[in-house]
Structures are given as C-alpha cells and as structure tokens.
Design a protein around this ligand. Structure first.
Ligand SMILES: [Fe+2]
Ligand SMILES: [Fe+2]
Length: 357
C-alpha cells in the first residue's frame, strides 16, 4: 500500500509538471480576463480531537490527524495551500482547538479553515475567531474564486434557548442522530454577504465553495443536510463552473446538480456509515456516488483519510488518500458533465466487499 501511495504521488507530480505549460502560451481573449491556471491544494478534515483530561487526548483521533499531516508534508510538488474542513475539536473546548492547531502547525503550507459544528456550539465560535479567523470569507487564487461558509448555523431560538450549560448545547449537536439537534443552515446574514461577494465575480470565473455540511440535502436525521441549500445553489447557478466541497459526512460522496459539482471529503477520525446502509429511512444519497465497502474494525484507520485536489481548467479532481484502503480518484468528466470515479464508476469494475476500496 505504501508503495502504491508513493507511486501515486510521484505519478501525479509528473502529470502536473507535464501539463503546466506557461500561461503566456494559452493567453486567450476571454472578456479581458485570463483563464484560470491549473494548480493543486490539499484538504484535511474532521479530526474530532477529544480531550480526556489535562494533556491526555483520545489517541486514535490524534493519530489520524498526525498521519494526514505527515503524509501531506511528503507531497511533491507542494500544493499551493491546504484547507481544513471543520470539526477540529470534538466538544469545542479551547484545549481541543489548541491541540488541533498545534498538530496542524506541523503542516508545511498556508491553511484556510472551515468551521464545523463540533468547533462551534460550545462558545458559538468565539475562541475559533480569536485563534483562527473569520467564520466566512472569500479569496482568489490563480483565477479561481474560493468562498468559505459557516454552514452549521441554526435557528436563533434553538441556539439561545435555556440550556442548562453551553456544554449541553454542544452535546445536543455532537451526536449523529440526536433528535434534539436542529437543522444546519447558512442563514440570512451570510446569504446577503454571499450574494454581494459573488456579484463582483465574472460569470466565467470558476467558483469553488467550501462548507462543513453538504450544500445539498442528503439525509436530514443525521444533518447530512443544509436547510437553505437551494438558496446557496441559486447564487451559484449563473456561473459556468461551480464546485462545492464539504466535510461532516466522513465518507466519499459526489453529485451533480445543474451546473454545480459536489464532492465530500474524508475524515481523519472515523467513517460514518452511509445512510442507506444503516437506516430504514429513505435517504437521498446521490445515485452517482459509488459507496466505499467498509469498515473493518481491525484497522482503526479503515475508511479514513485526506485529500489531494487538482484544479484543471477550473474543475476539481479529488484524490482520496486512504491509508488502509485503495486510494480513489473522483474527477469531473467534461464529456459526461459530471464527476466520476476514475476506477470504480462502472458497476462491472467494482471490487467485491472483501477488498476495500
Ligand atoms: Fe465530523
Ligand atoms: Fe460535523
């Protein structure tokens, strides 16, 4: 497996070098705007670092993040930047966020952060903002417009109801299937900001939006869901190339809704089951998605991992780095107009469940 991964990293590097011809050769009259350049970035998500007491943290979750950082540090050529996709902490504690930032400080390169519900519901993002930065923002990189949202907000009436303590509120959001939770949403303030932010962006500029929860509706009982997803999708609709990358679901998912391509990232902590494999309730797991076979309780890193992402002509290719499983790549197929798994999309090429992919 190690050889395979090294070989993959090398092959990918060689491929990128071959395709990185000078921008001056591809200067095309494009409404006065240069086309987006090709580049790469890394994505680590859902570490869920949990304090036991004092300096003691749950070892397994620590090891997932440490391993991802170490592997990502081996990437050659270096990615332009990294994203962290939220749920750095398990229960939003300062100690957990500090511990996470300390591990992340070993990652070589600039990191942009997305906040998750496990980081937020203890102090409503106060410590996060003081240590990391704003909860939503945008930036431009090599001709691509990136937007980061805080998609795990919910109704004010739920946030501010009379909780016995802030930790009770945190615990109500921390469970996968807690009936006392509340649906995630982006909310009016951010929707207004997003509308203004995107108004400044040329419609031919590729847009990549990062969120913690999916900006599509997959399974409400587990909050694989954002209540106002359609309103965000409507703001992305005018763009020729729009992609949403989200964490929270701890599993490979991909989908295409109109012009918008969706990709989920893996967790470094643990895999969630696919809703359809676990619950009797109907789910809306995208038909396009080929689920992983998993998880093997004898391998604690089974079905966890991190992502190496290439951006080519403004569309992303997701390369899932899975230490205990075969790596997977899900790449936008421009002929088909949707993302597809490079190896396993066709039913006939899938591996029997005994071999995990
Ligand atoms: Fe998570
Ligand atoms: Fe989450």
């Amino acid at each position: 497996m190690n050889m395979n991964r090294r070989a993959f990293l090398k092959t990918t590097g060689a491929g990128l070098m071959a395709s990185a011809f000078p921008l001056s050769l591809v200067k095309i009259a494009f409404g006065g705007q240069a086309p987006a350049q090709d580049f790469t970035f890394g994505y680590i998500s859902d570490a869920h670092l949990q304090q036991i007491q004092g300096n003691e943290f749950v070892r397994n979750w620590d090891m997932g993040l440490i391993r991802a950082v170490r592997e990502a540090n081996l990437l050659t050529p270096r990615p332009d930047f990294f994203m962290f996709g939220g749920d750095l902490a398990q229960l939003g504690k300062k100690e957990e966020l500090d511990h996470g930032l300390q591990i992340m400080s070993n990652l070589r390169g600039k990191v942009h952060y997305v906040i998750g519900e496990h980081d937020y519901y203890l102090d409503l993002g106060e410590y996060w903002q003081s240590k990391i930065g704003p909860l939503w923002y945008s930036f431009d990189h090599k001709g691509v417009h990136f937007v980061t949202l805080n998609s795990i907000l919910t109704y004010d009436s739920w946030i501010h109801k009379k909780w016995p303590s802030p930790m009770d509120r945190m615990l109500a959001m921390a469970r996968l299937d807690n009936p006392n939770g509340s649906p995630f949403m982006v909310g009016e303030e951010q929707l207004t900001w997003l509308k203004k932010d995107l108004e400044k962006v040329n419609r031919s500029t590729p847009v990549v939006l990062f969120s913690h929860s999916p900006i599509q509706k997959i399974f409400k009982p587990w909050n694989f869901w954002t209540e106002d997803a359609e309103r965000v999708q409507a703001l992305l609709k005018p763009f020729e190339k729009a992609t949403v990358i989200y964490g929270h679901v701890h599993q490979i998912e991909y989908n295409q809704i109109g012009n918008i391509t969706f990709h989920a990232v893996m967790a470094t902590a643990w895999p969630w089951p696919y809703p359809e494999s676990y619950s009797q309730t109907a789910s809306c797991l995208p038909k396009l998605t080929v689920p992983m076979n998993r998880a093997d309780p004898f391998f604690e890193r089974d079905a966890t991992g991190w992502q190496f992402i290439d951006v080519r002509k403004g569309k992303v290719g997701m390369h899932y780095q899975l230490p205990d499983n075969k790596n997977r790549s899900v790449v936008f197929n421009s002929k088909a107009g949707k993302p597809q798994d490079v190896n396993y999309q066709d039913y006939g090429s899938r591996i029997p469940p005994q071999t995990h992919y």
